[in-house]
Design a protein around this ligand. Structure first.
Ligand code: BES
Ligand code: MN
Ligand code: MN
Length: 463
């Protein structure tokens, strides 16, 4: 494509400043205190899509936060790319661990990002990556190089489970009709190792409550004579893994897809340094399921993790007490073929069955979603691969990710189209963590690569 690099060069500062303005709005979908800001962000996205050359943009109200829909249809005979992204962000807590305020973006250099990285909540997940698509669109329309039809669907509830988007997709199949779905909401292996995400894990998220005595008790007067819910809960949780770190829930692995030795050998070719991995996290050893490598453990294998646990006295000093209740939030990452609702049921049945007499257990399911895998011989993958080859000078590596974007499997089910995951973030960009950032180089590289995807996808679709 002509002039993409010079176009970026000419508009560099504006591209950065527009993203910075977007990052200043705290669009936290999980916390009702930020409601106004989330709605405001939808307006800003709408304006940006109009400016980028969409002919028609609307804010589609839902029972929750709106979906911003935009399109430019140039010829019904040409293919249509549907771009998905999200404008909501995770809560910024714990605030005290940020080196600069989460909604006051600053650009700072890091070892991995010598050109600088934008530090702000949502910089990488997903405002920065979503906005690359808006700027790529601007480039294509401004220079008359848009080769096909485009639809944008940017939602505000990804971080809370995309419940309203699921309904929207089911009810708007004709409107959302497309030939391929394009998303930048994942990562790549390293700056010099471009990769395309070919798999996402599913998710089942539950909250558990263990109740012992009907009130908090003096731990001297009653200790040793009644079940302590915190002791019991931790023991129950510990029993969910065996000595080999296999999950002990009966039936949990029944539908897990086992990869062939050949597929595992192919995966193992991706560059990876265990030493660097440990160093980056300041750990002296990795930990996980016996018989699998680190990269297998975090992508093709299902897992169970406690995300939060509470109960009893956690204030200053010591209080001698046996709490009446203990709680935990638990997530299970799932692999293709495991059904999240079925796994949630298996968890519930098992967890209730291992509770000893003397406590009551409640399991409350939260959201969830199915995993996803996509083949590398599709036109979409080939187009993405060629695009990366042009801008990185080498072929990208297919990589299965451990994260989840549950809506992707619903897209396949309802819209019958494949999703191509062109992520430009790095694992070290600290998404969902304090000091989230996104490399300035990555941002521009994304803007440079995306238009080439459109070009090759259109060419390959017509050949
Ligand atoms: N963008 C992430 C998912 C992601 C990140 C996938 C990096 C692959 C690589 C997304 O916003 C996210 O955080 N998803 C949640 C699930 C959702 C239901 C809250 C997740 O994976 O925890
Ligand atoms: Mn995301
Ligand atoms: Mn996220």
């Amino acid at each position: 494509m002509q002039h993409i690099q010079s176009y970026i060069e000419d508009h560099k500062d504006r591209f950065l400043n527009e993203l910075i303005d977007l990052l200043k709005i705290p669009s936290v979908s999980a916390d009702p205190a930020y409601k106004e800001h989330v709605f405001k962000t939808a307006e800003v996205i709408k304006a940006s899509l109009l400016k980028a050359g969409c002919d028609h943009v609307e804010i589609c109200e839902t029972e929750g936060f709106p979906i911003v829909y935009g399109e430019k249809i140039i010829d019904a005979n040409l293919p249509t790319v549907l771009v998905y992204g999200h404008y909501d962000v995770q809560p910024a807590d714990p605030l005290e661990l940020w080196d600069s305020p989460p909604y006051e973006p600053v650009i700072k250099k890091t070892d991995i990002h010598p050109e600088g990285a934008i530090f702000a909540r949502g910089a990488c997940d997903d405002k920065g990556q979503m906005y690359m698509h808006v700027k790529a669109m601007e480039f294509m329309t401004e220079t008359n190089q848009l080769p096909c039809n485009v639809k944008f669907m940017i939602e505000g509830e990804e971080e809370v489970g995309s419940v309203n988007l699921s309904k929207f997709v089911k009810n708007n199949q004709e409107k959302l009709k497309n030939d391929v779905i394009l998303i930048s909401d994942t990562g790549m292996i390293a700056q010099d190792v471009p990769s395309i995400t070919t798999g996402l894990r599913g998710l089942s998220y539950v909250e558990v409550e263990v109740t012992g005595p009907n009130r908090d008790l003096h731990s001297g007067l009653y200790g040793g004579a009644v079940a302590n819910p915190i002791n019991i809960l931790t023991k129950m949780i510990a029993s969910l893994h065996d000595d080999n770190n296999h999950i002990t829930i009966p039936g949990f692995y029944d539908k897990v897809e086992e990869l062939s030795e050949a597929e595992r050998a192919e995966m193992a070719k991706a560059p990876f340094s265990l030493d660097d991995y440990k160093k980056a996290l300041d750990i002296d050893a990795v930990y996980g399921e016996k018989g699998y490598t680190t990269n297998e453990r975090n992508s093709i294998r299902p897992t169970l993790d406690v995300n939060g646990i509470w109960g009893g006295y956690i204030g200053e000093g010591a209080k001698t007490v046996i709490a009446s209740k203990a709680f935990a939030k638990i997530s299970m990452r799932l692999v293709p073929h495991q059904d999240w609702e079925e796994i949630t049921d298996l968890f519930k049945t098992h967890f209730e069955s291992i509770a000893p007499a003397g406590v009551k257990v409640k399991v409350k399911p939260h959201h969830g979603g199915q995993g996803y895998v996509t083949p590398i011989d599709s036109i979409g993958y080939q187009a993405a691969s060629k695009a990366y080859h042009d801008t990185f000078g080498k072929n990208p590596i297919p990589q299965r990710s451990g994260g989840s974007i549950p809506i992707v499997s619903l897209f396949e089910q309802e819209l019958k189209s494949k999703t191509i995951l062109m992520g430009f973030g790095l694992n070290s960009d600290a998404i969902h963590s304090p000091n989230e950032h996104f490399g300035v180089w990555n941002y521009f590289k994304g803007i440079e690569t995306i238009p080439l995807f459109y070009k090759y996808f259109t060419e390959l679709s017509q050949s």
